[in-house]
Design a protein around this ligand. Structure first.
Ligand code: NOJ
Length: 798
């Protein structure tokens, strides 16, 4: 069953059946202000922090995602009312036609009902913290219509805790007022705690108090002010606040009007110039066009044309978009992660920063520096931290919310956790992120930049990298395999002093990144030292982790192997096998066998399961994973994030058909007509899909905020299509299905354009016979060309 379709021309996903089985979200905004809105306009907006600078209210984990950013319409002759988005009024879908178009950083809600065509486009201009609602109404009938139009949103008490607890304080800490068409929301305890809401018209009515607008024993589906056609002009110091502005309009047959609503940061006075600006529709159009240009520019850095339409739509639009959303807003603002836990997760942010330096080098660099500052001298990363804590420009002043209720400010020692809370993988990812950033930008000087450590002292970036590798070198168990510590990539595998196969493979991979960089930079001493370290790691892995048909997952603190042929549950694991291969630790024979086992034991039509069979018996030596229901999350679900590791592994083995089989299984696009199973949006990867051992096999959960976004993009573009930058050249090394005859990639790299056309006359999966650059045969990779130039690259596989 479908609920919508991809409109690639407009770079939109169109939801024409708006009663989707779960909220289908979008992210509005690209800088400091961000709204997370569903296909029915439910959701919230925040400024910089979803934790302590929320602007509108959200009731998490409720049966319907509410409240939202709504526009109501009322026929003032009949009294009938509805909303432009299907919720909150929820008109009968047989009588009213609803649609939502989720685009890149905007959403358009539209409704056709009783001859009134209505549209509400929500977006945030590029560099202004203002949420705009561009509302268009058209009388499609042949009689004049008298309508009332109402805006509605509920203001937050700024902090997620204030919104959800201790109301003896929250309710008395904010006030609202109305003057000259502008509503001001005042967080009285906060010096800068103001927001405003206004419109491009002089309102005929308003309400600033939620309960006056909604009425008692009512909710957003039937507000008294809309039902009666009259706002009450409410405002007050204290209470729950909203922004309801009413406008009465008369629409002649065929007449179309445009109204604008605006929500912004600051006092009422800040609203005045913005209101003036956006009262001119040309300025709204211009801001919208600038946003579209912003995205076109990003997307243009890498476009593909392959025989796989789903892959094209994903890589050209949605997959990059998801990866960008993650790097822009980190991982803590969604309907699942509702903003109460914020900051940077060390491992997630490192991986996000690794994946898209071509489209967002500025933010990737910023994240890399923030992460380097969150590293301890010992060499482990702080698992979750606020980047402001270690920003020298803020000199320790935290930019966080000061609650009127005493919430202790963490002291420096509280911010820096000890090794018992360190995760064994966290900082290893950063090595690859730095190396990919340099490959993309050629900014080798980054290595010499001096950056502080979280626990004092400073070093160059290069030194930080060595500290990370040395930490993993020290933190090994009796077999020489890295200890699992609090957790490795898998939050639920809590091995402590036991050993993690995956982390040793990851360590080896990180060392390879570091070595390539060091060799290129001519740092011979380090090359020698880390080559020896790599050899030691490889030997320890191959001596201790091979089980005959696949690699084991680890060894418990008491010395029991996890993931062997003897195990009835948790027999085969994805993380260790994909990393054994992708890291280069496994020799070809073992590598093939390991990935064949992944295919045999873990493959499903919706992607690869993390482990199989799922655990059913609690085993605290292995960890929390054994206390997760079978088929769910880390216990045997199709955990999306590691799936692209398998594509990379198969691509390095040259098995393009297998890589594409795995790719296609997970690709949300391919589940567009299976929404009765998937439930979640088909334009975003989800954190996980229920595995075979669960009754809801195939149901996807937790969209957008997942490492699968960045990794899917990284794996597909760099390892399947095989176009990836090196330090001084562009590598073209595809691994594709044999039946592909050709494909194209256009790539901007260091300011030069490369139009790469790959042909596959012999129908192979891997292997490049010839490369021509602008008509001249070259041997090896494509050397970096001068910025501003354009180049044709012809590649013949065979
Ligand atoms: C989600 C977490 O954000 C991520 O850090 C972790 O790697 C995965 N869960 C797997 O446990």
């Amino acid at each position: 069953m479908k609920y919508g379709f991809f409109d690639d021309k407009h770079k939109e996903y169109v939801i024409d059946k708006v009663n989707t089985p779960a909220p289908w979200t979008n992210y509005i905004g690209v800088n400091d202000m961000c709204a997370v809105l569903s296909q029915t306009a439910g959701g919230y907006v925040f400024y910089k922090s979803p934790q302590y600078h929320r602007i509108t209210r959200f009731r998490p984990n409720a049966p319907i995602e509410r409240p939202g950013h709504y526009v109501y319409l009322r026929d003032d002759d009949t009294g009938e009312y509805w909303s432009i988005s299907w919720q909150p009024v929820a008109k009968d879908l047989k009588k009213a036609k609803y649609e939502c178009r989720h685009g890149l950083s905007y959403s358009k809600f539209s409704c056709d009902y009783q001859n009134i065509g209505a549209q509400q486009t929500v977006f945030i201009p590029l560099n202004e913290p203002v949420e705009l609602w561009d509302v268009k109404l058209k009388n499609k009938g042949n009689t004049p219509r008298r309508l009332s139009v109402y805006s509605y949103l509920e203001f937050s008490f700024h902090h997620i805790d204030m919104d959800n607890q201790n109301f003896q304080m929250s309710l008395y800490a904010s006030g609202s007022s109305y003057e000259d068409g502008i509503i001001e929301n005042d967080l009285y305890y906060e010096e800068q705690g103001y927001q405003w809401f206004t419109s491009n018209f002089q309102p005929d009515g308003f309400d600033c108090l939620r309960d006056s607008f909604l009425g008692t024993y009512r909710d957003e589906s039937n507000p008294i002010a809309v039902e009666t056609g009259k706002c009450s002009g409410s405002f007050e110091k204290t209470g729950n606040h909203c922004a309801a502005l009413q406008k009465k309009v008369i629409l002649q047959p065929d007449e179309e009007i445009r109204l604008a609503f605006m929500l912004g940061e600051g006092k009422r006075s800040a609203a005045v110039p913005v209101r003036k600006k956006y009262s001119n529709p040309a300025n709204i159009d211009q801001a919208f066009a600038a946003l579209a240009d912003f995205w076109s520019e990003k997307l243009s850095k890498l476009q593909v044309n392959t025989p796989n339409q789903g892959m094209n739509t994903s890589l050209n639009i949605w997959n990059l978009y998801q990866s960008e959303v993650n790097i822009m807003f980190s991982r803590f603002a969604s309907f699942i992660e509702v903003g109460g836990r914020t900051g940077l997760g060390y491992r997630d942010t490192s991986q996000d920063a690794m994946t898209i330096p071509h489209s967002n080098p500025v933010k990737c660099r910023k994240r890399i520096i923030e992460l380097l500052r969150g590293l301890t001298k010992e060499g482990y990363g702080l698992h979750l931290f606020q980047p402001e804590w270690f920003d020298p420009e803020l000199q320790g002043k935290q930019q966080t919310f000061k609650s009127p209720t005493v919430v202790p400010t963490p002291s420096r020692s509280d911010m820096i956790h000890g090794i018992k809370d360190a995760c064994s993988d966290d900082a290893l990812w950063l090595i690859a992120a730095i190396s990919e950033y340099i490959k993309e930008t050629a900014e080798f000087s980054l290595l010499d930049e001096v950056v502080t450590y979280a626990d004092g002292g400073e070093d160059t970036v290069y030194q930080h990298m060595m500290h990370i590798l040395d930490f993993s070198d020290r933190q090994v168990g009796s077999t020489g395999i890295c200890k699992g510590l609090r957790a490795d990539w898998n939050d639920c595998l809590n091995l402590g002093g036991g050993e993690s196969a995956m982390v040793s493979f990851l360590h080896y991979w990180a060392i390879q990144h570091f070595l390539a960089l060091s060799r290129f930079a001519g740092k011979n001493e380090e090359v020698k030292k880390y080559e020896a370290m790599a050899a030691k790691v490889k030997k320890a892995c191959n001596d201790n982790l091979w089980d005959g048909e696949w690699y084991i997952r680890g060894i418990t603190a008491s010395g029991r192997k996890i993931g062997t042929h003897m195990d009835e549950e948790g027999k085969v694991h994805m993380e260790s096998n994909t990393w054994a291969v992708f890291s280069g630790v496994a020799d070809p024979d073992r590598a093939m066998k390991a990935m064949d086992s992944v295919d045999k034991y873990l493959y499903t039509q919706y992607g690869l399961m993390l482990n199989a069979p799922s655990y059913t018996k609690n085993d605290d030596e292995i960890g929390f994973v054994t206390r997760v229901y079978p088929g769910v999350k880390e216990n045997g679900s199709i955990f999306s994030h590691p799936n692209p590791w398998a594509w990379c592994a198969e691509a390095t083995l040259g098995r393009g058909d297998r890589a594409m089989k795995f790719y296609d299984a997970l690709l949300p696009y391919n589940q567009n007509d299976k929404i009765e199973v998937r439930e979640a949006e088909p334009y975003a990867y989800c954190q996980f899909v229920m595995g075979k051992d669960h009754t809801a096999f195939g149901r996807a959960r937790h969209p957008f905020m997942t490492g699968s976004g960045g990794w899917a993009y990284f794996a597909a573009t760099r390892y399947m299509l095989g176009v990836r930058p090196d330090f001084d050249s562009l590598v073209i090394d595809p691994c594709i299905p044999k039946d592909w005859s050709d494909f194209d990639v256009t790539r901007v790299w260091r300011g030069a354009d490369y139009h790469i056309h790959v042909v596959n006359p012999d129908h192979v999966s891997k292997g490049v016979k010839t490369i021509e650059l602008d008509g001249q045969k070259i041997s090896g990779n494509v050397p970096a060309q001068v910025a501003g130039t354009q180049h044709e690259v012809q590649v013949v596989m065979g």
